[in-house]
Write a protein that binds this ligand. Structure first.
Ligand code: ADP
Ligand code: MG
Length: 223
């Protein structure tokens, strides 16, 4: 396995975010305004215009709700939490979405391992990464989640069978609004990295030998 670390972002996240938000919100607003002006002028094909406007509004809704998550005051509720429980909760949430694409999410609990964390934040991290894995895969395939205790850390791997990530793109993951998806927000990995940083945990992206990628989280082990 070839290892690739996510470049730690030195540019001000707040600055990038402000510029990104302005851009991401202004474009849909401009297009909605344009369509409203057409409707006001009394055009045909109203149904098409309505649909585009609703799509644009939904995109802004998605972005704003993810941004609200970021700006939520950070009242970390850190406790010793069982990793298996958090994974099982998230897998349950995503099962039906995976099933639609004929994807199975495999997780077999072995030794019970604990990490010191804010449970809801780490569930958000697991949700972001497993969701990305599902979205990366075409119809059918497997996502494997595993947990290991290695020396002084607890390692959680989320392994998919998607297309993998091109090397020239890998450093962009985690930049606000970087997305290759039609209806993506490009905020998931940024939020994930921020949460992990607050837990003294790390995120690595590995290219699988055969197919797909592995997102690897490492928490300091509880001593
Ligand atoms: P979004 O999911 O809204 O696009 P993310 O920050 O979660 O935003 O992900 C950013 C980008 O990283 C995705 O658009 C995709 O190109 C890439 N990516 C993330 N996870 C994977 C994965 N498991 N396999 C391939 N590409 C991925
Ligand atoms: Mg995502």
């Amino acid at each position: 396995i070839e290892e690739m670390m996510i470049r730690s972002e030195k540019m001000s996240i707040a600055g990038q975010l402000a510029a990104g938000v302005a851009h991401e919100i202004r474009n849909p607003l401009t297009s909605i305004k344009g369509f409203l002006q057409l409707l006001q002028a009394g055009v045909n094909r109203k149904d098409v215009y309505y649909k585009i406007m609703i799509d644009e509004i939904e995109k802004m809704e998605k972005i704003t709700s993810e941004l609200l998550f970021i700006s939520k005051p950070l009242t970390d509720q850190k406790k010793e939490e069982a990793v298996s429980q958090m994974i099982e909760d998230v897998v349950k949430l995503l099962k039906s979405q995976a099933k639609i694409k004929n994807i199975s999410i495999n997780y077999h609990k072995e030794d019970e391992l604990y990490v010191y964390c804010d449970r809801s934040q780490i569930k958000q991290v697991l949700l972001n990464l497993i969701k990305n894995a599902i979205e990366a895969m075409e119809d059918s395939g497997e996502i494997n989640v595993s947990v290991l205790l290695i020396d002084s850390y607890v390692q959680i791997d989320i392994r998919d069978e998607g297309p993998g990530i091109p090397e020239e793109v890998i450093h962009k993951l985690g930049e606000p609004f970087f997305t290759t998806k039609q209806s993506g927000t490009g905020l998931g990995i940024m939020i994930t990295k921020q949460i992990l940083e607050r837990h003294d945990a790390t995120l690595e992206i590995l290219q699988n030998e055969e197919k797909g990628s592995t997102f690897r989280i490492r928490f300091p082990a509880i001593t």
